[in-house]
Design a protein around this ligand. Sequence first.
Ligand code: UD1
Ligand code: CA
Length: 453
Amino acid sequence: MKLGIVILAAGQGTRMKSSLPKVLHPLAGRPLLAHVLETARSLQPAKTVVVYGHGGERVRDTIDNPDILWVEQAEQLGTGHAVQQAMPLLQDMDKVLVLYGDVPLIRAESLQALVHEAASGLGLMTVTLDDPSGYGRIERDADGRVLRIVEQKDASEEQLAIPEINTGIMLIDTARLQGWLQELSPQNAQGEYYLTDIIAMAVRDGVDIHVTQPADTVEAEGINDCLQLASLERVLQRWQAEALMRDGVTLKDPARFDLRGSLSAGTDVVLDVNVIIEGQVVLGSNVTIGANTVLRNVQVADNVCIRENCVIEDAVIGPDSAIGPFSRIRPGTELVGGAHVGNFVEIKNSTIGLGSKVNHLSYIGDTQMGSGVNIGAGTITCNYDGAYKHQTVIEDKSFIGSNAALVAPVRIGENATIGAGSVIAKDAEAGELTLARGKQVTIRGWKRPSKEK
Ligand code: UD1
Ligand code: CA
């Protein structure tokens, strides 16, 4: 069976009150549409078509996936009209599955069940809600057979009381769909071509309607405004947290954990509250992450402790390292292993060798640091001359006294010692003490000014 998937994403999303197209609003760090596309892909369709509206260039550029076929629906004349725009691309498909770009939590298993149930006939996914207002209602006859879908705005009092609603997700035989779409007319309260009108046509033509329901009604929830976006964000975060906990990750409070990307973790990983994981993060075993720490595209090896309030981005943290609290590690940084990075330390585009320590109040940028180095409090690498960035090399076992300024390009030789408060603008010899600071003098008898009585 050749399956074509069409994802409707042309709606303006005016209720988001945003310049960002609705389907690009992020849910767990990824555009709504990306969630639907990922689920769609798991069904291994022969084709996936996304129907986008005006301003859609941004959608296409953001999603940027060569497997997707894009169709523009310049004017939003309704869901039936939207599907019609995609039909020229779907002629050679046996069946068409309709999904919505703003219904992001639909699960692959629920779609698979629909595809399986509706091997012949038409598949329709519904849910039963305590409050069905706003949705199309599923009208059934006395024997429970589906008759038609009635949109909220066209429904009678009696129909409005029906709790079973249309999720919008349907699986339809391509040739049948083609014919029914020709028959749609906008004679309804909204003046739109309703895709939902094909249900009554299918009944008329004797096509069986197979109804399935997703495991969780939240799967069918659409996003129209920022309240619904926030509500589904919490649902998805909960699901992700549960999956991690089932894999043995300890979350001190799953309600105060956010994963906006992917996280893989070894054994005995403990995440304290308000940890935010973004992009691709890999944690080894025996890793502890303190409260309020943000990790974005980071690889962390085994036996690492990252304490509270750290921000670490595009970095590699070697085994047995200790970081924080209050450390900022920026892109291009690698801690080879056993390193200590302490409070109010910023490191950018640098390698910190085995067992080296940068414990307090430092800026280390564009630096190759060897192993066993000790960097005193307040040490700064002056890597920028106003136009260019320059490298600092600090060789193994050197000791940099507190409050040194290392003016790059500069090299500190192996086992060198730099006196506290030095401004080092020339290479420092290996094994020797180098000082570059004013000599201390005592002026005897000097008096501080004092106020006259
Ligand atoms: C639709 C269904 C309704 C169902 C509900 C579920 C119809 C007529 N009604 O109503 O039965 O209960 O979804 O959420 O189908 N879209 C386009 N082009 C258009 C119109 C819509 O691409 O011209 C897209 C939207 O971007 C959205 C989806 O189709 O992703 C649904 O459109 P929307 O206007 O939200 O439909 P509803 O009125 O909610
Ligand atoms: Ca809707």
